[in-house]
Design a protein around this ligand. Structure first.
Ligand SMILES: Cc1cc2nc3c(=O)[nH]c(=O)nc-3n(C[C@H](O)[C@H](O)[C@H](O)COP(=O)(O)OP(=O)(O)OC[C@H]3O[C@@H](n4cnc5c(N)ncnc54)[C@H](O)[C@@H]3O)c2cc1C
Length: 397
């Protein structure tokens, strides 16, 4: 269908990578995100000259499917390869691979375990009969020695990289709050913007619970799309099984570079009740001379027990535990707390197919990390599968 209109819901990595894959096709792409800025969970907070990533910390290339995209991200200076020196089982420092090849005198790094950086090691990129991208899924190869990267100027820059490539304008503060099928088209509404538009296809990239749960605190869209999705019982049952972890993040920011009495840049707290991970974010990104920033992430179990707390209520509890564990830190100039109700997938859609057709006509596709591994590579894979579906099911027809 030449000239078909596609609405991509979301402004995170999956949406941006999908929009860039659709550029050049004979489809009109519109993107709506409810947030006031792009990035989704790849959120970077900035305050004066300081910045901190509240979401992804390490980007791991574990499968061989996206070599050219990773090369492009490295060549554009968006990401940089790093290795961690394991001081002991939970403390890490960094070297970057550039320095190593230039003859760094630093000690030989001991490779860290992938799981230590929160990357789900158990994911299977296996096509199953609900998917529609076997050719892509089968081309993925597990890399014996995965590469790790950091986003030097913030994880949101990875997402921006794809928005720029796509030439699609992301409409922020566009909450999709209504979606109805009328005469084989989707009528999508964003009431706050006074908008109602018609599309031939819609792609959801937000976490599945945000569009199937009745009591989602963010409010799922109203409309007949949910009843239509429920008609495919097999798929809907799988959607209901998608689960997410929750967590709180604190970004601690300084206006100047600080000298901290810490002999690590990253520390994991496997047995602490509240803290899970702390890093000196500016150092992690390879920017030790920037104004210092520190990131704190909480344990998933503690976060789930404390989801009733809003981010401002959780903040002093987390700060008190941080002080107990790492000692006094200089008084911060700014603290950004954030509550992630949906942080990373605990249980993705069965078989992790990348994307799934939720309705044939009008076309509705579910994409994002609910359908893949919950990391950068998984989102790139999801975007690839979803783009393939649009090409086959919309453009080719
Ligand atoms: C704390 C944390 C740590 C992480 N660590 C890592 C890591 O170290 N390495 C790694 O690779 N990955 C990590 N991840 C996972 C990674 O961030 C996600 O897999 C990825 O960002 C998901 O991108 P997405 O585009 O699929 O979804 P999202 O980024 O969630 O994008 C969905 C978008 O949809 C929007 N939206 C929702 N509902 C609506 C609506 N009704 N209307 C309009 N817009 C809507 C949201 O605002 C959001 O922007 C981490 C995530 C978190 C939270």
């Amino acid at each position: 269908m030449s000239g078909a209109r596609v609405l991509v819901v979301g402004g995170g990595l999956t949406a941006a990578a999908l929009a860039s894959r659709l550029s050049g096709l004979a489809v009109g792409v519109t993107c709506w995100d409810k947030a006031y800025q792009s990035g989704g969970r790849m959120t970077t907070k900035r305050h004066n000259n300081s910045q901190v990533d509240l979401g992804p910390q390490f980007i791991t290339k574990k499968y061989g499917g996206e070599e050219s995209i990773f090369k492009d991200l490295v060549d554009s200076g968006t990401i940089k390869p790093v290795r961690m020196i394991n001081n002991d089982s939970n403390n890490f420092n960094f070297i970057d691979n550039d320095n190593e090849t230039k003859g760094s005198t630093k000690p030989t790094p001991k490779e860290h375990k992938l799981n230590a950086v929160g990357v789900d090691d158990t994911i299977r990129m296996i096509y199953d009969d609900l998917g529609d991208g076997s050719d892509i899924a089968c081309s993925l190869t597990y890399l014996v020695k995965p590469d790790n990267y950091v986003a030097v100027n913030g994880s949101d820059q990875i997402v921006d990289h794809f928005w720029k490539k796509s030439s699609v304008k992301l409409h922020t503060e566009h909450f999709l709050d209504g979606l109805d099928s009328v005469d084989k088209q989707w009528v999508a509404s964003s009431s706050a913007q006074g908008k109602q538009e018609t599309f031939d296809a819609v792609v959801f990239t937000q976490p599945v619970p945000q569009y199937i749960n009745f009591h989602s605190p963010e409010g799922r869209p109203i409309g007949n799309y949910l009843d239509i999705m429920k008609e495919n019982k097999k798929i809907f049952e799988q959607l209901e099984k998608v689960r997410y972890y929750s967590s709180f993040s604190l970004g601690i920011m300084y206006n100047e570079t600080q000298t901290l009495a810490l002999d690590w840049s990253v520390k994991y707290f496997p047995t602490n009740k509240i803290l899970r991970y702390v890093c000196v974010d500016s150092v992690r990104r390879g920017r030790p001379l920037e104004p210092t920033s520190i990131l704190v992430q909480t344990q998933r179990a503690w976060s789930e027990e404390n989801l009733h707390l809003d981010k401002h209520q959780a903040c002093p509890i987390i700060l008190a535990e941080l002080q107990a564990q790492v000692g006094d830190l200089p008084e911060p100039d700014h603290v950004f707390p954030h509550r992630w109700r949906y942080s990373q997938t605990a249980a993705p859609f069965s078989g992790s197919p990348g994307a799934v057709v939720l309705n044939d006509s009008p076309l509705l596709i579910g994409a994002g990390d609910s359908f893949a591994v919950s990391n950068v590579e998984g989102c790139l894979y999801s975007a690839k599968v979803a783009a393939g579906m649009i090409k086959r099911l919309l453009v080719a027809n």
